[in-house]
Design a protein around this ligand. Sequence first.
Ligand code: MRU
Length: 350
Amino acid sequence: MNTIYPIKLLEDKIILLDQTRLPQEEIWLEMIDYRQMIEAIKMLRIRGAPLLGLAAIAAAYLAAIQFLREKEFMKLMDNAVDEIESSRPTAVNLFKATTKIRQILHESIDSKVIKDKLRTLYEFLYEYEESACEKIGMNGITLFAPDKKLNIMTICNTGSLATIGIGTALGVIRKLTVDHDVHVYASETRPLLQGARLTMWELQKSGIPSTLITDNMAGWVMKTNSIDAVLTGADRITANGDTANKIGTLNLAILAKYFKIPFYVVAPVTTIDSSLESGSEIAIEEREHNEISSLGNKQIAPMGIHVFNPAFDITPASLITAIITDSRVFIPPYHFDNVGIDPCVYPNIN
Ligand code: MRU
């Protein structure tokens, strides 16, 4: 299996794989300034809910190095965390990370101690997310009868590039390939094409049979290609099971219901936000209009038109057959009590 690790924390810098350049070029960027990390988050050079939690901590760690000897260390760090929080609003992993970062900032007045604790937090979460993907994969395969040919549909990218390790929805798919004859239908995922560029790249590298479709083909492919399940990731799952994920996920859930296809959300418990009762409370990111009105650098729609570009949608719990996590598989009605330790909330940082 081909696992890519898209972020590396070195002593005084971060190295990350620029996902906007894939699959044409594999460019590794060196980050020494926390604002470079924030730019990378905003531009989706690094992306995917679990990875955004780590990216937030990595940005704070760089800020701590930059401001280590400043008299105003605390104030500068507080501002840096505010900036990190304003980078992308939807994935809860980023906000769980900044909540923990703020807690660390309030626990000490020694800048070196804070810097070291941020590094420990990063390492802790990195290991957690990697093993969470493994557990998610093992929990996910229990939903599928053995030795069966499986056609699975997915959207966006939920693999190594969005997590640490084998991925969430893509992690389950990878585990399934051990005992099943799996074929993946990857939705291209307009407008930034994470499905076409990133998921197809990962599937090809792993040798998993797969077919790329445009987003508007999903209904027809479900009708004609006997899809056995839809597996998607999540950016935020609220207490009632409503799930924010990449725009287009709701369409797939509605189609799956119509065609009686199981629709599974796959995510680590770090993506569950029990502080929100339902999906209507989730902030949905709206992105630049040129992501839709242009293709690459080429303008395709008339200039001066209205464009709507929400990056995520919310699938109601009623359309979700089960939520596969590292803790266990949840079935409706969703209650996320006793999900185990959420490392962003309870890490053991000394
Ligand atoms: O805008 P992106 O590419 O960050 O959106 C990513 C997704 O919607 C993923 O499905 C989600 O973050 C889960 S990644 C394991």
